[in-house]
Design a protein around this ligand. Structure first.
Ligand SMILES: *Cc1c(COP(=O)(O)O)cnc(C)c1O
Length: 412
């Protein structure tokens, strides 16, 4: 069985977790260097970083504009910071929030906007600069959890705003087991955020470090090929939901330890991962190219764009009949992902929150039609995955074109 994701974790990370020789300070310094920014500030989760950043910026009871098609922990963090998320639909071209619609959503209550490089596709920084010129008081927070150091025409996305957030859990491009980072070039924001973090977060305990190291060992074991076959079976029976389900569609919540600081165990693993960053990104770009070549002219499937500067946290074609195709692929020994499988304003927790329901047809279509192909595999395996996908689509009767996305079709 080929898992949908396999973090690039080896013996070095396990040794780093056990010896725990690195520190959070060192990890912050090396992280800042990698992304080319003045400051990096570590948190137990990316969502904690976003929440405390909004608080440190003094934003309260304000509207925060974010994509409808993003990770649901983002609006959770907005709500926990005492603000209101305002959801904006995606553009068909690259999965990212439509910045024309985002600009139209700005009101006198808007405090910040969170452009997000979904799947590693860089935010259109030219369009974003126009918006910033017209609305200089609105804080711009780049969500780089999918993109890491993606670039828009040679310009790094993370630097195009007041701050950026990164997620470092085990499903991300690089990982510190759990963890998140906020980066900024602004000394004032960095100083405020550090002070605020040190007040708000409890110190990490030895027990937390030990549990994190154990989690890493379990995750690496679970993703080893023979073990993964069993894990996959258990997953299908729902036996692992307690460990793998990261949200409840009806609730806005945070993990129990979201206010306990990052441990040195995690920082030590993160330090090893930073050294692997360049080769991980090179590999992902190469495999995205292999899939593009193999799938470009397949009927019934829309391949995602191939964009210079994208870092491909996911390679995400869209197609109809997703559940049947995923089941057919699973029978062929290939697990597909379907990140992001929800349109946030349609989730129960947020339907209740919003007085006026928002309509996000593009995000909704993506949430029902996107699949993710594994990017950790070797090129020859990627060719086989693509071939298996074509056959599985026939099996599943998914030979029609993906559902046209109405608003976009009508306006272009
Ligand atoms: C993973 C992720 C985050 C942060 O996630 P945490 O689990 O809180 O570290 C933020 N935004 C997006 C788009 C993500 O995918």
């Amino acid at each position: 069985m080929i898992p949908r994701l396999r973090p690039s974790l080896g013996a070095e990370e396990l040794v780093a977790a056990i010896l725990s020789r690195g520190t959070v300070d060192e990890f912050e310094g090396s992280f800042a260097q990698l992304v080319g920014q003045k400051h990096a500030i570590a948190f137990p989760y990316g969502r904690t970083g976003l929440m405390l950043l909004l608080e440190a910026l003094g934003l309260n009871d304000r509207e925060i504009i974010c994509p409808a098609f993003t990770c649901v922990v983002v609006p959770h963090a907005i709500v926990y910071s005492g603000n209101q998320p305002v959801f904006v639909d995606s553009r068909e071209a690259d999965f990212n929030m439509d910045l024309d619609l985002a600009e139209a959503a700005i009101s006198e209550h808007t405090g910040a906007i969170i452009p997000t490089s979904i799947y590693g596709y860089p935010v259109d920084l030219d369009r974003l600069s126009d918006l910033r010129r017209r609305h200089p008081d609105i804080i711009v927070i780049q969500d780089c959890a999918h993109s890491f150091a993606a670039e828009w025409q040679g310009r790094p996305v993370q630097r195009a705003g007041d701050a950026a957030i990164f997620g470092l859990n085990i499903s991300k491009i690089i990982t510190s087991i759990f963890g998140g980072m906020v980066t900024t070039d602004r000394d004032d924001i960095a100083a405020r955020l550090r002070r605020h973090r040190d007040q708000r977060l409890g110190g990490p305990t030895r027990a937390k470090g030990f549990l994190r190291a154990t989690y890493l060992l379990a995750a690496v074991t679970a993703l080893c090929p023979p073990v993964f076959t069993l894990v996959d079976r258990a997953q299908k029976l729902g036996l692992l939901d307690r460990f793998t389900k990261y949200y409840d569609p009806g609730r806005i919540n945070m993990p129990r330890d979201f206010l306990t600081a990052m441990t040195d165990v995690e920082a030590s693993v993160g330090l090893v991962q930073l050294d692997r960053y360049a080769s991980i990104i090179d590999h992902r770009r190469r495999i995205a190219g292999v899939y593009d070549e193999a799938l470009r002219d397949s009927p019934g499937l829309r391949p995602p764009p191939l964009i210079d500067g994208a870092t491909y946290s996911h390679y995400s074609p869209i197609l109809q009949n997703r559940a049947a195709v995923m089941a057919a692929m699973s029978r062929r020994g290939i697990e597909l992902g379907h990140v992001i499988e929800y349109c946030i304003p349609d989730m129960q927790a947020y339907r209740n929150l919003n007085s006026s329901p928002c309509s996000c047809p593009v995000a909704q279509a993506f949430s029902e039609q996107v699949i993710n192909l594994p990017l950790h595999v070797a090129p020859d395996v990627a060719v086989r995955v693509a071939e298996a996908l074509k056959v599985s689509m026939e099996d599943a009767g998914a030979t029609d074109e993906p559902t046209p996305i109405e608003r976009a079709a009508g306006s272009s």
